[in-house]
Design a protein around this ligand. Structure first.
Ligand SMILES: [Zn+2]
Length: 150
């Protein structure tokens, strides 16, 4: 029945959600001008789309399998599998939230600036981590603090 759908879904991470053409800045180009904002909007939206399809797949997978194991032992191992899937979904949900926040920032033309010091986060860093909210210096400081104070 849902065979075609499953085969497609099993491709899971074949498509890199972050595959895109790196942005080429012109000399003297203004940071986060319209073109740059459009560039990151397209990256974030594509990423969100991929994630949402992934979340969908997980839900369907859990529903499909729930009825397939009448044996209690099978059920137990299946429940472990479910809890892994739930954790995955939780991670996906958090990531989706970050992506949405980044898109909100783009709407407000606040995207790409460090939340801590206001510096430009930088195009290359944002392409590596489109949901980054801190510049590399502040991020490093934060990590040191986290290591020190747990
Ligand atoms: Zn900073």
């Amino acid at each position: 029945m849902a065979k075609a759908k499953k085969a497609k879904a099993s491709k899971k991470f074949d498509v890199d959600p972050l595959s895109f053409t790196p942005y080429k800045e012109k000399k003297g180009e203004e940071y986060m001008n319209e073109k740059q904002e459009a560039h990151f909007r397209s990256i974030l939206e594509k990423w969100r789309q991929t994630l949402m399809e992934e979340v969908d797949r997980t839900v369907h997978h859990m529903k499909d399998d729930a009825a397939n194991f009448p044996d209690p032992n099978d059920r137990a191992s299946q429940e472990t599998e479910f809890s892994i899937e739930l954790r995955t979904r939780d991670r996906e949900r958090k990531l989706l939230k970050k992506i949405n926040e980044a898109l909100d920032k783009l709407d407000a033309h606040e995207y790409g600036y460090c939340e801590s010091c206001g510096a430009e986060i930088g195009i290359r860093r944002l392409e590596a981590r489109p949901t980054a909210t801190l510049c590399i210096e502040c991020k490093t400081l934060e990590e040191i603090r986290e290591k020190t104070y747990g």
